[in-house]
Design a protein around this ligand. Sequence first.
Ligand SMILES: Nc1ncnc2c1ncn2[C@@H]1O[C@H](COP(=O)(O)OP(=O)(O)OP(=O)(O)O)[C@@H](O)[C@H]1O
Ligand SMILES: Nc1nc2c(ncn2[C@@H]2O[C@H](COP(=O)(O)O)[C@@H](O)[C@H]2O)c(=O)[nH]1
Length: 194
Amino acid sequence: MKGGIKMRENQRVIVLTGAAGTGKTTVQNYLKQAYQIPSIITHTTRSARTGEQSGVDYYFENKASFDQLHLLESVQYADNRYGSSWEGINKALQEHQFASIVLDTAGAITYQKQLGEKAKIIFLAVDNQCEIKTRMLKRGDRLADVEKRMQSKEVNRDLNLPSELQGHATIIENENWQKTKQSIDQIIKKLSND
Ligand SMILES: Nc1ncnc2c1ncn2[C@@H]1O[C@H](COP(=O)(O)OP(=O)(O)OP(=O)(O)O)[C@@H](O)[C@H]1O
Ligand SMILES: Nc1nc2c(ncn2[C@@H]2O[C@H](COP(=O)(O)O)[C@@H](O)[C@H]2O)c(=O)[nH]1
């Protein structure tokens, strides 16, 4: 199939967005571990970080293979390309009510426009930029990469909820992980009862 999502009435895509290092992947892993919610694996032309695996963390692409993909949306982020394919979305939703995806805010805006209420958008925020940097270094990112990323226009843009998502996104201040988990639990409970 080239394009289009086949979503049943009760299906939802949980979109995790926010600046780099705010905890989007951590929440995605929690959704998988606690609720068996599959992740939609996206595509990127950036190099794999230590420990990252193709088909698990991303599908790692080169420029030529990226151009062949059938994408719902794609962005340029800090000199690399990222995109989510129709095949990836349909694969994750095939046997599940919910699937999650990690996107920058430009991608989240596209999902909101394309999927409407079928996209549950969660914006993760961390007020202190030093804390974000510390978390990225603790994750194992190289200092030079972290400094470059923290200066990128995309990270700075994604520190705040864009106007297009206001009224469409739930904001979680991811300072205390136990509190973040409670907020996520409430969201899943509500989605399951809707
Ligand atoms: N509430 C928290 N308190 C302390 N550390 C946290 C918290 N949430 C996440 N972290 C840690 O912060 C680091 C960054 O988190 P994560 O990789 O999930 O961010 P991300 O938003 O997916 O980043 P990126 O967009 O760069 O991939 C990880 O090492 C993670 O364990
Ligand atoms: N719009 C999209 N954004 C994506 C996609 N896959 C990942 N991302 C976002 O890119 C940045 C950088 O990611 P990193 O893994 O290099 O730190 C981050 O905000 C991700 O959420 C995508 O397919 N579309």
